[in-house]
Design a binder for this molecule. Structure first.
Ligand code: SAM
Ligand code: SF4
Ligand code: SF4
Length: 336
């Protein structure tokens, strides 16, 4: 029986997000603006990134500490070579109930089949607009809409369940809320709207640019009435709504307007092996140093226990008071 770790606010460690690379083939303005992440930007050197063996070992230790769900993220996870090898290894860990991946989708036509065969059953594809010009503006000119739709199609064809993530920014893509909702409702993919967050230190976040959950709901309800759906489990990140009279759903991740820190059960490992107990943390705990020393699994489990049981993070609840200006880890390093 796995251990159960609870933090200072009685939140149990249940989810682990593993970032497999800090690199990306997009330059989304809200995540990796190209002025900062330009040709001279120094990404992590190969030997400072965890190997798949190290990630698998860590995942096994986290599972023995109570983690049930794993999510692979990045940067763009499909930029890392041989990702199915990692998925296969993670899939063999006893006690893992769910493995998912978040991706921008453009490499899915190439890899979806191999990922599915390796045991990946769920994928979340990020797409912020169905309008080519607007989408290009948001991703730094790196892709039009069709390659992402092709990726979604490939994932579906391979037998994976697909969800869509859309980050909403006022004045940038709020006019896309309704077209995106209708499009994915028709195709029966759950679309999750994410309030624009002040992750990292470079994306120029302002509260004025956030379209709140309430505003998103109002826009959709004008033409497609919705009703709330009960959370499936404690700690579910998105609040879910069903289109009345149907089984199709949307989700809203309201980290700015309605913080959900009180049920946050997620730990994150950056590509270089630092453990973060909050998306907005300024400091990580170095697991790579432990992995590359003579520490046993039990020693590392004890280290994780000490970090989690001392955790009191509640950044989103405190955002409006004094935390927004503190330095934070970049989103592309821990993957959302
Ligand atoms: N590259 C992959 C992708 O884009 O799906 C995985 C990593 S990305 C950092 C994970 C998720 O974080 C994506 O759905 C992305 O849209 C979201 N994200 C990035 N920056 C964000 C921000 N400032 N506010 C809200 N969501 C953000
Ligand atoms: Fe890349 Fe994803 Fe960040 Fe966009 S959100 S820059 S696709 S890591
Ligand atoms: Fe969890 Fe930190 Fe987000 Fe709160 S702000 S929900 S503690 S990751």
């Amino acid at each position: 029986m796995a251990n159960q770790l609870t933090d200072l606010r009685h939140r149990t460690l249940r989810d682990l997000r593993i970032s497999v690379t800090d690199r990306c083939n997009f330059r989304c303005r809200y995540c990796m603006p190209s002025e900062i992440f330009g040709p001279d930007y120094e990404f992590l050197p190969k030997d400072s990134i965890l190997t798949y063996e190290e990630m698998t070992r860590l995942a096994r230790i986290f599972v023995s500490s109570g983690v049930k769900k794993l999510r692979i993220t990045g940067g763009e996870p499909l930029m890392r070579k041989d990702l199915p090898t990692l998925i296969r290894a993670l899939n063999q860990i006893e006690g893992v109930e769910d493995i998912a991946m978040t991706t921008n989708g453009v490499l899915l036509p190439k890899y979806a089949k191999a990922l599915r065969e390796a045991g990946l059953k769920r994928v979340t594809v990020s797409l912020d607009s169905l309008d080519d010009a607007r989408f290009r503006l948001m991703n730094g000119g790196k892709s039009g809409v069709q390659p992402v739709l092709d990726g979604i199609e490939a994932a579906e064809q391979s037998g994976m369940k697909v969800k869509i993530n859309m980050v909403v920014q006022k004045g940038i893509n709020d006019q896309d809320i309704l077209p995106m909702a209708s499009y994915f409702r028709e195709r029966k993919h759950s679309l999750r709207f994410i309030e624009f967050m002040d992750v990292g230190n470079t994306n120029g976040w302002k509260l004025d640019n956030v379209v709140t959950k309430k505003e998103i709901l109002e826009i959709i309800q004008e033409s497609m009435p919705l009703e709330p759906v009960d959370a499936l489990y404690n700690g579910e990140v998105a609040s879910r709504y069903r289109y009345k009279g149907s089984n199709e759903e949307i989700g809203i991740i309201s980290s700015v307007s309605e913080a959900f820190c009180s049920t946050c059960s997620r730990a994150r490992i950056s590509a270089e092996g630092k453990l973060y107990t909050c998306l907005f943390a300024s400091r990580g705990h170095d697991l790579r140093a432990l992995l590359r020393s003579d520490q046993t699994d039990r020693d590392i489990a004890k280290f994780i226990e000490d970090v989690w049981t001392a955790r009191s993070d509640s950044y989103s609840e405190d955002r409006m008071t004094n935390t927004h200006s503190l330095p934070k880890i970049e989103m592309s390093q821990i993957g959302g």
